[in-house]
Every structure is written in C-alpha cells, then in structure tokens.
Design a protein around this ligand. Structure first.
Ligand code: CP
Ligand code: NVA
Length: 308
C-alpha cells in the first residue's frame, strides 16, 4: 500500500512512471465525453473518500471525476460536517474510515493531520493540499510542461511571489525531476528553510533572487500563485500585497524570460494582482491545461496508491 503524501518522500522512479501513465491515460480517452468510462476500470468496486477542510474547485471535481472514469465511487466529505471537526481524533477517524473506504484523499490545514491520518489508516492516503505542500498540483504541472516542451530536466523554472505550499512541492519536484528552480520574492516570504536546505543537500540547483527582472532572465517556465493562501490570515492581506506587488507577472516581465517560456498558475488566480489577465489569457499561458491535467495526473497517482 502506498500513501501519496509528498513528492520528496515518494520514489523518483514512481513519480516518473505516474507522469508517463497519466499521459497515456489522457491520450487513451482523447475526445471522449467527460462522463464516459475509461476502457480500463481499475477502480471498479472501490470507494474513495474525499475530505475537505478548506474550499476547493479543481481538487474536488478532478478527484471525483477521475475516480468515476476509472469505475470507482466517491464520497465527498466536509471536515466541518464530520466528527473530525468536533473533537474526534484523527487517528480514530482514520481507523473508522479504513473500514468503509478503499482510499482517502484529504485537504487540510496542518500537515500533522495528514501524517496522522496516514499513520493510522489501513488504506492509502493522498495529500490534497496542506498549509505546507500541494504535491498533486505539481504532478499536473510537470505533466503540463512536458506535454508542451518535452522533458523538464535541466530547464529553468522561476517562481514569482510567496514561498508557500505550492512552491514547496515545486521545490521537491526540482529535486526529483532534475530542473533548476529560482525563488523570486521578498525575504519576509522566503520558502521553508528546511525544505531549501534539504533540496540543496540533494544537489538541486535552487537559488533565491530578490529582483524579478534578474529572476526571469533565462526562464523556461514562470510560475505564480495567489498572494494570500487559504491558511493565511485575512488581516495580513494588505501587508502581503505591499510586499509582493513588485513580483506581479505581467507582459513586460514575461518578455524578459526566454521567448518560448510558459506561464503556469495552479488557480484560483486573482486577476491583475499576482498576474495580469493579458498573461493569463496570452499565448504563453497553459493554466487551463494545468487544471485539466490535475484529472489525469491524479488518476495515475490513485492507481499507484492502490497498485492497480
Ligand atoms: N489548484 C487547486 O488546488 O485548486 P482548488 O483549490 O480549486 O482545488
Ligand atoms: N497557495 C494556495 C493554493 C491554492 C490551490 C493556497 O494554499 O490557498
């Protein structure tokens, strides 16, 4: 049984085979109606619980559709409506759910909740985002880059903005898939120090650059995310905006990257804040391919978890 908790704790070869499987599964159902079943039904007879303690559009819908296309069934649960939100321990919840379902996907705040769930579940647990990481998103992003430009190994990826959970998984991917990563943002919002040290110790080419113009020089891929994540206090909004304004991805900044550079954003985006509409809707943007690839990448993740 495999849990899918983070990219740095999952074997490199397993990650690569998941991306390749996702590509093959996407190709195999090209042009079909979304609700039509895949030819292969590896999740037939399987029940998957999708638990959300934070809002979601893409993760919720893509996991639900993905399970159904593979012949399984889902139940979407809100943490607040479960006893989990009213004092039942995570360990007990994990043991109980394991008696009913074959796999658990959870989106939560503290990553300790995810790890406790995995430690006590007897079925695979998937990280659907915590305050600290978002591995499913980055699997879709790697798949998307490679669909458009071929292997991501050796490419220059530049992150603009807050050193947040999505950045952390991108950093893990830099180590696992062998690309160079520049964090470009203000010092106050620097990435998790432990993750940076770990990546450097593993030989990853990761650097910090405060100047956005120097940051995008030579970039093959520019990535942005919201300036205020779901776990950030709303009271910090203005302060964060003031720190991050200089890192907005706009046409001028994209022109300073390599001519064939792509733009990615995990979405939801705040148009005219971290990125302009002209970039989001422009020729270098692959944001909706990223969103679609959540579906295909996660189907491969689920198959790996269940070994089917
Ligand atoms: N990118 C992403 O995880 O989107 P949702 O919050 O809508 O799931
Ligand atoms: N960094 C964002 C990603 C949302 C998918 C958040 O955690 O809110």
């Amino acid at each position: 049984m495999n849990h899918f908790l983070d990219l740095h704790t999952t074997e490199k070869t397993a990650l690569r085979s998941m991306i390749d499987k996702a590509r093959a599964m996407k190709d195999a159902r090209a042009g079909r109606p979304k609700g039509e079943a895949d030819d292969e039904q590896p999740l037939a007879g399987h029940m998957v619980a999708l638990i959300f303690e934070k809002p979601s559009t893409r993760t919720r819908v893509s996991f639900d559709v993905g399970v159904r296309q593979m012949g399984g069934q889902t139940m979407v649960l809100s943490g607040q409506d479960m006893q989990l939100g009213h004092g039942e321990t995570i360990a007990d919840t994990a043991r109980v759910l394991s008696r009913y379902v074959d796999m658990i996907m959870i989106r939560t705040f503290d990553e300790a909740v995810l790890h406790e769930m995995a430690a006590n579940a007897s079925v695979p647990v998937i990280n659907g985002l915590t305050d600290r990481t978002h591995p499913c998103q980055i699997m879709a992003d790697v798949m998307t880059y490679e669909e458009h430009r071929g292997s991501i190994a050796g490419k220059n990826v530049v992150w603009m903005g807050d050193g947040n959970n999505v950045y952390a998984s991108l950093l893990h991917a830099a180590t696992q898939f062998g690309f160079n990563l520049t964090f470009c943002g203000p010092q106050q919002l620097d990435p998790d120090r432990d993750f940076m040290d770990e990546a450097r110790a593993a030989g990853t080419n990761v650097r910090i650059e405060r100047d956005p113009w120097k940051g995008v020089d030579g970039a093959d891929l520019v990535v942005a995310d919201t300036w205020v994540s779901m776990h950030d206090a709303q009271s910090s909004r203005e302060r964060r905006h003031n720190m991050l304004r200089a890192y907005q991805v706009n046409d001028r900044l994209m022109q300073a990257a390599n001519p064939d550079a792509l733009f990615m954003h995990c979405l939801p985006a705040h148009r005219e804040e971290e990125v302009t509409s002209s970039v989001m809707d422009g020729p270098q943007s692959v944001i909706f391919d990223e969103a679609e690839n959540r579906l295909h990448a996660q189907k491969a993740v689920m198959r790996w978890c269940l070994g089917v």
